[in-house]
Design a protein around this ligand. Structure first.
Ligand code: NOJ
Ligand code: CA
Length: 689
C-alpha cells in the first residue's frame, strides 16, 4: 500500500501585543462546528465557553490555581498578548486503531498578566478540533513564581443541563469500578466507597474519574478527560449536583499538596470530546493528537502480540502464585504446556505470573518493600529452560512484575530486572500495582506515581521492552510518544468475573468502549469459553455468551490481546478459530453502530492484509443487528465466517451455544442476525485473493 504523504502546515502564527479587557477572543475548529470563546470577567478572572454547531455546550466556566505560601492565581488578569495558529498533519501510528491519523486544529494562545505588584504570568492554549478541544495552562519562568506547590487547580466545566452520565467514582487509587448510568444530579461517588472487591480504594469527594461520558438533552455526546499527563497529578472531576458544574480535583499526596513543580511548566491538556453519534467518540483521535510525536528512534521491536498465560488458573483458584499452597502454577512443566499450546495455535506469547519468589508475602502485608526482587525464580521454575524452550518454539515470554505497590523497591530493581529480560530474550513486561502505595499517603493517580509509571516506561524503552501496566495510571495518549506503552488495564477487567460477587454485568462492555476505551488500549483479557466456571468457581460465572467473548477481540482495542482461558478449554473448540484469525494492528477502524450501555458494532481492517474483522456486543437485551458491508474493497470477494449466538442462547441460561455461518460476500452484501441476551457476534471477513 502506498504511503500517504505526511504534511505539516502552519498557516499562520502571530502574536499581537494588545490589551483587550472585557473583550472576547474566539477560535473555531477547521470545520467551524466547534467554537471556543475566551473571556475575562469584570474581576479579571479568565474563563471560556464552548459551542457545537451554534449550540452552547459549556457555559461560562472559570480557571484558577491555589498555591501553598502564595496568593491564588485567579483575578486581576489582563491579556498581554494573544495569537492564533492553524495546524495540519497526518502522522503514522506504529500500533493503532488506524494507520494514519489526521491532526488538524486551530489554536488560540492567550498570555495573561496579573495586575498586582506580583505581575505573575500564565498562558492558556486552546487547540480546537472538529472532534472537540483541549486546553492547557503554561507557566513561564518568572520572578514571582518559581518553585510551586499547587494546592488545587480549579478548572470548571459548566454543563448546560442534567445530562445522562456514564461514570465511575473519582477514586485516587483504582479505576476498577463498575460504570454507573445516572444524571449529573444523581452522581453519588461517596456511596461507592464500600467496595469489598478492591484491594485499594480512596474516594475522598463526590467526584468522578475520567474519561467521563455524557449525553445531552439534544443528543450530543460529550466526554471529559485529559491528555499528556506528565509530571502532574491525575485529574478527577468534582461534581456540583445542583448547578451541573464539574471542577477539577487533582489527586493528592502525603501532605495537602497536589503538585510540586517549578516554572517553566505546562499542565496536561484538559479535553472535551464532542460527537453527534456515540460511535464518533470511539473514532476520535483527540487524545493522541494532543500528545507529542514518537520519541523512540528505533521501533522495530514494538510488535503486537496475542498471548495465553499462567494467569486465569490462579484467578479461578486452580493453582496459586505462591509455592506454599502446594499448587504452584508457574512450574517449568506448566509453562511448557502453555508454550506448546501457543505454538500450535497461532499465539505469539505466554505470560507467566507467580514465577518469582515473594508471593507468600505479597498481599495483605503492610511492609511489602524488598519482598519481590524480579530476578529470583521459585525452585520449580527454571527461567532459562523455559526461555529456551519458548524460543525454540518461536514463542515469546511475557515477564511479570507485580510490585505489590512498593514502587521504590521496583525502581531500585529496574535495571537488574530489565537486564534479565534482555538476557532471556524477553520483549514485554506486565506490571502490577495491587494494594495501597508505599509510602502511605501517596496514591496511584497522584504526581509521585505518575512520575514512577513514566520512569518505568522510559527505562523499559531503553531496554527495548514493551509495557502492559495493570493498576496503572489512566491512559492519556502517551502511547503516541512512547509506543512501547502497548496496553494497560485500568478498568474492571475479566478477573472480576472469577472472584467478585456478581462479576461484571452483561452491559459492562457496551459502556467501556465509550468511556475507558477513549483513554487507549485495554488489556481486558477476553476469551473465556468455560463461562460457568463450574469446576472451580461454581458461585461465579462470566455474564456474557461465548460469542460475546469472541466479539471483544474487535470491540476492545488492544495490540496485546490475551486468550485468557485455560488451554484445555480451547482444545477442540471451533470458536477458537476466530481467536487464531483475528488481527491485532489495524489499518482502519469503523464504529458501525452503537448506543452507550446498549450495544456496539465495530469493524476493523487488518494492516498488511485485506481482511476485516467485526465484533458486535449487546447488553442484557436481545436485539437484531444488520451490517452493511459497503466498506469492503470494490474489487474483492471475501469469505465471511460469522460466529453468533444460537437461537436459544442467553448469557445466564445457555451461554455457550452458537452457530457458525460461512458465506462468500462482497461490498453489496448485508449480514443480518440476532444478538441474544448478553450476547455477541464475531465475523472474520477474509479476502479470497
Ligand atoms: C491484578 C492484575 O490485574 C492481575 O492481572 C494479576 O494477575 C494480579 N494483580 C496479580 O499480579
Ligand atoms: Ca487489576
Amino acid at each position: 500500500m502506498m504511503k500517504r504523504i505526511i504534511t505539516v502546515l502552519i498557516v499562520l502564527n502571530f502574536c499581537i501585543p494588545v490589551n483587550l479587557p472585557g473583550q472576547n477572543l474566539s477560535v473555531k475548529s477547521p470545520s467551524e462546528d466547534v467554537l471556543v470563546e475566551f473571556f475575562l470577567n469584570d474581576k479579571g478572572q479568565p474563563g471560556y465557553k464552548v459551542y457545537f454547531k451554534e449550540k452552547l455546550i459549556i457555559d461560562e466556566s472559570y480557571f484558577g490555581f491555589d498555591f501553598r505560601d502564595a496568593k491564588p492565581l485567579k483575578n486581576n488578569f489582563s491579556i498581554s498578548r494573544y495569537g492564533e495558529n492553524s495546524f495540519s498533519e497526518t502522522w503514522e501510528t506504529i500500533l493503532g486503531e488506524q494507520r494514519y491519523v489526521d491532526n488538524n486544529y486551530n489554536e488560540l494562545k492567550i498570555e495573561l498578566i496579573e495586575g498586582t505588584v506580583l505581575q505573575r504570568r500564565m498562558e492558556i492554549v486552546f487547540k480546537v478540533y472538529d472532534d472537540g478541544l483541549g486546553f492547557r495552562f503554561k507557566f513561564p519562568e518568572q520572578e514571582n513564581l518559581n518553585d510551586v506547590v499547587i494546592l488545587d487547580e480549579n478548572t470548571e466545566f459548566n454543563l448546560t443541563g442534567d445530562h445522562i452520565t456514564w461514570w465511575i467514582p473519582g477514586d485516587w487509587d483504582i479505576y476498577e469500578h463498575l460504570y454507573n448510568t445516572t444524571t449529573i444530579s444523581a452522581i453519588d461517588a461517596i456511596s461507592k466507597r464500600d467496595h469489598p472487591s478492591l484491594a485499594q480504594t480512596y474516594i475522598p469527594y463526590n467526584a468522578v474519574n475520567t474519561p467521563v461520558t455524557m449525553k445531552t438533552e439534544n443528543d450530543i455526546y460529550l466526554s471529559f478527560h485529559e491528555a499528556n499527563l506528565t509530571n502532574y497529578s491525575g485529574m478527577t472531576l468534582k461534581v456540583d449536583t445542583e448547578n451541573y458544574i464539574l471542577t477539577s480535583e487533582l489527586v493528592g499526596s502525603v501532605d495537602d499538596s497536589k503538585v510540586k513543580i517549578s516554572t517553566p511548566f505546562v499542565t496536561p491538556w484538559r479535553t472535551i470530546q464532542i460527537a453527534e453519534n456515540a460511535g464518533d467518540l470511539i473514532e476520535s483521535n483527540l487524545i493522541v493528537n494532543l500528545n507529542e510525536p514518537n520519541k523512540l528512534k528505533n521501533t522495530n521491536w514494538i510488535k503486537p502480540m496475542k498471548y495465553v498465560g499462567i494467569w486465569w488458573e490462579m484467578h479461578i483458584g486452580k493453582s496459586t502464585w505462591d509455592m506454599d499452597s502446594g499448587r504452584h502454577g508457574a512450574t517449568t512443566e506448566n509453562a511448557k504446556y502453555y508454550i506448546d499450546f501457543a505454538a500450535s495455535n497461532s499465539i505469539d506469547a505466554v505470560l507467566v505470573e507467580g514465577w518469582n519468589t515473594g508471593w507468600e508475602r505479597w498481599f495483605g502485608f503492610d511492609d511489602r518493600e524488598g519482598i519481590f526482587d524480579f530476578v529470583t525464580p521459585y525452585q520449580d521454575y527454571d527461567l532459562f529452560e523455559v526461555a529456551n524452550y519458548a524460543s525454540k518454539n518461536d514463542i515469546e515470554i511475557i515477564m511479570h512484575h507485580e510490585t505489590s505497590s512498593a514502587p521504590r523497591t521496583y525502581e531500585q530493581q529496574l535495571d537488574t530486572a530489565f537486564t534479565l529480560c534482555r538476557e532471556l530474550g524477553i520483549n514485554a513486561v506486565k506490571t502490577g500495582y495491587v494494594q495501597e502505595i508505599i509510602p502511605k499517603g501517596e496514591y496511584h493517580h497522584g504526581q509521585w506515581m505518575v512520575n514512577h509509571y513514566r520512569k518505568v516506561l522510559e527505562t523499559a524503552a531503553e531496554y527495548k521492552i514493551m509495557v502492559n501496566a495493570h493498576e496503572p495510571i489512566k491512559g492519556t495518549g502517551i502511547r503516541r510518544t512512547y509506543p512501547n506503552m502497548i496496553a494497560r488495564e485500568g478498568l474492571r477487567g475479566q478477573e472480576f468475573n472469577a472472584w467478585s460477587e456478581g462479576g461484571n454485568p452483561p452491559e459492562h462492555l457496551t459502556i467501556v468502549p465509550f468511556t475507558r476505551m477513549l483513554a487507549g488500549p485495554i488489556d481486558f483479557t477476553p476469551g473465556i469459553f468455560d463461562i460457568k466456571l463450574s469446576d472451580f468457581k461454581p458461585d461465579n460465572q462470566i455474564n456474557t455468551t461465548l460469542t460475546h467473548q469472541l466479539a471483544l477481540y474487535v470491540v476492545i482495542y488492544s495490540p496485546m490481546q490475551m486468550a485468557a482461558d485455560l488451554p484445555e478449554n480451547y482444545i477442540g473448540q471451533q470458536a477458537f478459530q476466530f481467536i487464531r484469525d483475528v488481527g491485532l494492528n489495524w489499518e482502519e477502524s469503523r464504529v458501525l453502530d452503537g448506543e452507550i450501555g446498549d450495544f456496539v458494532i465495530i469493524a476493523r481492517k487488518e494492516r498488511a492484509t485485506d481482511n476485516w474483522f467485526i465484533g458486535a456486543v449487546t447488553d442484557e437485551h436481545s436485539r437484531p443487528i444488520s451490517i452493511n458491508l459497503d466498506f469492503l474493497n470494490n474489487d474483492l470477494s471475501y469469505t465471511a465466517k460469522t460466529y453468533v449466538d444460537a437461537e436459544d442462547a442467553h448469557w445466564d441460561n445457555n451461554p455457550t451455544v452458537f452457530d457458525i455461518y460461512d458465506k462468500i460476500v462482497n461490498k453489496n452484501d448485508v449480514i443480518n442476525f440476532q444478538l441474544k441476551e448478553g450476547g455477541g457476534a464475531a465475523i472474520s471477513i477474509i479476502s479470497n485473493k
